[in-house]
Each structure stands twice: as C-alpha cells, then as structure tokens.
Design a protein around this ligand. Structure first.
Ligand code: ARG
Length: 293
C-alpha cells in the first residue's frame, strides 16, 4: 500500500515514518554509494580538477567512510555499488541515475571519460531487482542535475545535462520537470548550487543561475535561504538533508550557523580530498526513492 507522508511526501512501508509536529519529511532514507577505491584526478572536466595536483587516495577513503558511517548512525540505509578500476569519478554516485518511485532513469554522461559509468550503474539497478529502468537517449548526469521535490523535479542544464533529457525524464517518471539554467562553470551541476531542506524550502546560491532561473526560484521558493559565494565556493550547497539533519562541508561555517538557527542539526563533514575532483557529500550520495512494496 502506498502511503502519503507529511507534506504529501510519498513514503513506502520500507521507510520509517516518524510523525513530527513540525511537518518535516520522513527521516529515514535509502542511499547508494560507491567506495573511492580507484579515486584519482586524471583528467579535468570541471574547474576544480587539476591532474597535476595529485590526490591522497587513503585520505579520500577515510573521508568517504566517515560520510557513510554518519548516514548509518543517522539511521539511513546505505547500499553500495562495486567500484570499477579505470573509472576514478565513479565515487560520485549521485550522477549514476535518477530514481523516483522505484523507476530508474539512467545516466548518459557528457564526457567520454565517465561514459562507461552510465551502463554500470544501470546494471546495478537491474541486478538489485529494479524492473523499471530506462536507458536515456539524451545526455544527463542523474541526480547531479535533477532534484526531486515533492511532486516536481528541478533540473539543470548549461554544462552537463541537456534540456531534452528534462523532457525525457518528465515523460518516463511522470512528474513535471522545471528547467533551470546554470551559468557559473564552478557550479556545473545543480547539486553544487542548490539543495532542499524540505519540499518547499531550498537553499541556493543565486549567482550560479541565469537571471531568468533566479526569478523562477524566487517565485517557487519564497522562503529559500540564499547562500553566499563563500558557502558555495567550498561546495557548501552540495549538502544532504533528511528533513532534520544537514550533512554539510565542514568549511561552510556561515551556512552551518544559519541552519542551526533554524533548528536543523548540522553534521560538518571533511571531504576536501574528494573536492579536488569537484565533489562533496551530495555528489557521493544517490537517493533511492524506492517504490512502495
Ligand atoms: N569529477 C566529477 C565530474 O566532473 C565530479 C562529479 C560531482 N558530482 C556531482 N553530483 N556534482 O563529473
């Protein structure tokens, strides 16, 4: 049976549903992650990446494990996909697909270097028993550029995901998709510029979006928190919120204080090793919005 949670957030029986007086979303989430066993910066496909700088893989592994352990401590379920040698960015699981009501819209990467990740992630879903999967026709980088918020999906274009993929996702997933234009190459995915606290409250850095998209965001989310450039420049918008806890880059101290003042529990995470590839907490985390049992 399909339950409707608070705020209309769909929640299947596999989610622990905590009735909360403040009307926040269910707290327990299911995430897919990929251990950074083969993490490296060997090519540059965004301005954060400098192949000459070198990475400390052991440190990346420690930071990633701390993130996974934090999710488990918060009560979330974490599934893992086996990393593949030669795919150094595979740790950024958010790019692997978009999952809504158990339907899996696959990724098709913009760069040749990451292209094999698309089929690899889709294969994981098929093996895990997801029956409704879609190989995409159009370039899209999964939850990196799509954010499911209640009945709508926000989707970015400008650097990676093509606008045609927004329509493809809309038709396959049956939810209206709202297209937003990214304009600053440092914030090349939607999840580097915006995250959600709840269905009707988002946090974003306006400077990452075109003037038209800023107008759209202002009208859709009048209660949004506007992040500063300092918050954005440490990938502070690449955060994960379960309705109560916010997992946030440790360096985003200004944003952390504002979130605490609103009553959120902030969990600062050190992910600077992965940031050398342009990724943070959210990039490492694909939310599996499972179908009801
Ligand atoms: N180096 C990766 C890329 O440029 C980082 C991906 C970060 N992922 C994300 N969801 N923003 O594709």
């Amino acid at each position: 049976m399909y339950h409707r949670g608070l705020n209309g957030v769909p929640c299947g029986p596999r989610e622990v549903f905590v009735a909360r007086p403040d009307g926040l979303a269910p707290l327990t989430r299911h995430y897919l992650m990929c251990r950074p066993t083969y993490f490296a910066v060997e090519y540059a496909i965004n301005p954060w990446m400098d192949p000459a700088a070198g990475v400390d893989r052991a440190r990346a592994l420690d930071q990633w494990e701390a993130l996974r352990d934090l999710y488990l401590r918060l009560g979330h379920r974490v599934s893992e996909i086996t990393p593949i040698e030669g795919l150094p960015d595979m740790v950024f699981a958010a790019n692997g697909a978009l999952v809504v009501d158990g339907r899996v819209y696959g990724a098709r990467f913009a760069s040749a270097e990451r292209t094999p990740e698309g089929p690899a992630y889709l294969e994981w879903f098929r093996e895990a028993g997801y029956t409704e999967t879609r190989e995409p026709k159009h370039v899209n980088e999964g939850e990196g550029d799509f954010l499911t918020l209640g009945e709508v999906i926000l989707a970015a274009t400008g650097f990676r995901t093509e606008a045609a993929a927004h329509q493809e996702a809309e038709r396959f997933l049956g939810r209206p998709v709202i297209t937003l234009q990214l304009t600053d190459p440092r914030f090349y995915h939607l999840d580097t510029a915006l995250f959600a606290l709840s269905e009707d409250r988002v946090v974003y850095y306006p400077g990452a979006f075109s003037a038209g998209s800023q107008r759209v965001l202002r009208s859709l989310y009048p209660d949004a928190l506007l992040a500063t450039e300092e918050d954005a420049a440490v990938l502070g918008l690449n955060a994960v919120c379960d309705g109560r806890n916010v997992v946030l880059a440790a360096e985003a101290t200004g944003l952390a204080d504002r979130l605490r003042a609103l009553g959120y529990t902030v969990h600062p995470v050190e992910l600077d090793e992965l940031r050398k590839a342009g990724g943070g907490a959210k990039c490492c985390t694909l939310e599996l919005r499972d179908a009801p049992l």
